[in-house]
Design a protein around this ligand. Structure first.
Ligand SMILES: [Zn+2]
Ligand SMILES: [Zn+2]
Length: 258
């Protein structure tokens, strides 16, 4: 669907919002248009806030999963130092992401950024205690074809939002070479092969490399993506970064953990 076409959900939201504004309830839920709850800083109603499955207690300290994790035992995700995610990828979260991603509802971006910041505050305190100048925020690139089709890269938008909030530099350190087939249609082995050559270090950021080499301080890269599924995409990106910047330590923050 074209980014500027409005979905039925959007029209419904708009009508509900107009009704609430007319009735004097100025602040409305970004997702369903009901009156905003004053129990939260998020622009959501009480019901929508209640639906958020925040990740609070981790079972896997590597990928930040709230449940038993067989993935990390395979030891394939070795270029990512640690991943943390704000929420679990439940069917409701899947719907929210679809609203933001596929229906062109870019107005949901502030909500997703706010949720990323809550994830950051919950899980990455030690990271935030580092000197700001030593951290670079980056993101998983999408293929050009998909960027054109969707009109924006959600990982980049989230990264820019997080960087802006914490006053950190944001830079595209990794570029995507080929259009890999939708990950959901591939099995683990196919995915690995497709990802092997999918990314390379972004030539536009090589000046960063030389600057960092001169400074001789370890660089922390915070890679941003929307959903952590197997970690293989993030790992492939982190590999490019570590190959170009051997001293870099790559952390990742995703909006949700599948
Ligand atoms: Zn709501
Ligand atoms: Zn894990």
């Amino acid at each position: 669907m074209h980014a500027f076409q409005h979905s039925d959900g959007y029209i419904k939201w708009l009508m509900q919002s107009i009704k609430n504004v007319v009735q004097g309830k100025r602040e409305v839920c970004l997702l369903c248009g009901a009156a905003k709850s004053n129990q939260t800083t998020l622009k959501l109603c009480a019901k929508c806030v209640h639906d958020i499955p925040w990740i609070k207690h981790l079972q896997c300290m590597h990928c930040g999963r709230a449940a038993h994790c067989p993935d990390c035992k395979r030891n394939e995700i070795k270029y990512i130092h640690a991943n943390r995610s704000a929420v679990s990828y439940t069917p409701v979260m899947k719907q929210w992401l679809a609203l933001y991603k596929f229906r062109g509802q870019e107005m949901l971006l502030p909500l997703f950024v706010d949720m990323m910041i809550i994830g950051m505050e919950t899980h990455y305190h030690p990271l935030l205690a580092q000197r700001k100048a030593n951290i670079i925020v980056s993101f998983v690139p999408t293929s050009r074809e998909r960027n054109i089709e969707r009109g924006f890269n959600q990982a980049q938008q989230l990264a820019e939002g997080v960087a802006l909030y914490y006053d950190l530099d944001c830079m595209q350190l990794v570029d995507r070479i080929q259009h890999t087939e939708k990950q959901s249609r591939q099995n683990r082995e196919q995915r690995k092969i497709a990802l092997r050559d999918a990314f390379h270090f972004n030539p536009a950021s090589t000046h960063v490399v030389s600057q960092w080499r001169q400074r001789r301080v370890p660089m922390i890269v915070l890679l941003i993506d929307d959903v952590y599924t197997t970690g293989s995409t993030l790992n492939a990106c982190a590999k490019c970064i570590v190959q170009a910047l051997p001293d870099a330590v790559v952390y990742s923050l995703c909006w949700s953990r599948a």
